[in-house]
Design a protein around this ligand. Sequence first.
Ligand code: AKG
Length: 324
Amino acid sequence: MNLQTSDKSGGASLEAIARNGSLLRRIAVRIPTYLTDLRENPAWLPMFVLARTMPGRRMHWLAARRARPVDNARDTMFTGVEREAVVGALRSDGLFSGLVLPSDIHRQIADFARRTPCFGNFDRRLEFMPDEHGQAEKRLGRSLLSGHYFERILDCPAALSVQRDPLLLDVAAHYLGGQAKLITTRVWWSFPTGKATDADKNLASLGKYHFDLDDWRMLKFFFYLVPVDAGTGPHVYVRGSHNRRAIKHQLTLLVGHPAEEVLDVYGQQSPVTLIGEAGLGFVEDPFGFHMGTVPARTPRLMMEVGFGVSRPSRRRFHGEPVIR
Ligand SMILES: O=C(O)CCC(=O)C(=O)O
């Protein structure tokens, strides 16, 4: 972390002071959260300190156990997808984008979402119907960037069938090791809104490249439940950034970094913007830099099924079902 506050002329640069002040503020606001994580699970501390460094991660990967064969591997809804191809792409690029949900499955989840109230900005007090987003912003007097279903999604059998699909665990076990376990399942909207603050965007993981640091090794499957184009807030992944890290991105306390800084290091050609029809699925190693973008025109409905290797901290999640 660079806390230098002098400009080229040797004098104090007000801009640098402001920048570093805001950096310190961003770190300071997270301290209570870090202390809660530590109290809940002391094993969180070595992960938090070392899992951002390549040597620390490589050491931990050595403990990956062999994956056990999955008995019901053929019962997958993702017919024609070879597990080896998925794992190979994850190892080289950190991303595989050739999954497609059957149309009855993504339609059933989207229908469920359209008729079920969601919670705005991860806050259970901000409950609204997704098709009343504009009225809800007026009624609640604030911008609503996201709408989550939390545990309500467990009432949707089609979502559960995606969560339980044997291909997902098989890929996770062959990529993360035999310790791989399902951690979380979430379905949420990202809404176009002109008024979102930077804090809202940070909370929703939108608009800023970041890497996830909730476990030593993680994998996230994402599925679009509506068609996603450039105006629907597509997800972006920086190919290859999961296994190559600039020192400044290993020794940083912050997971979010400006786009120019990330692209200067990993290459202007490295971001992949995921655009496609309803049902498009992709899986990524979220240690690689990634972000959602704020929808400019149309709301995006998305599902995530996440895997990890350690006991998840309940606090890290925002109400979505955490499977222990
Ligand atoms: O909404 C998105 O596309 C990004 C989600 C994300 O960054 C995350 O789950 O870590």
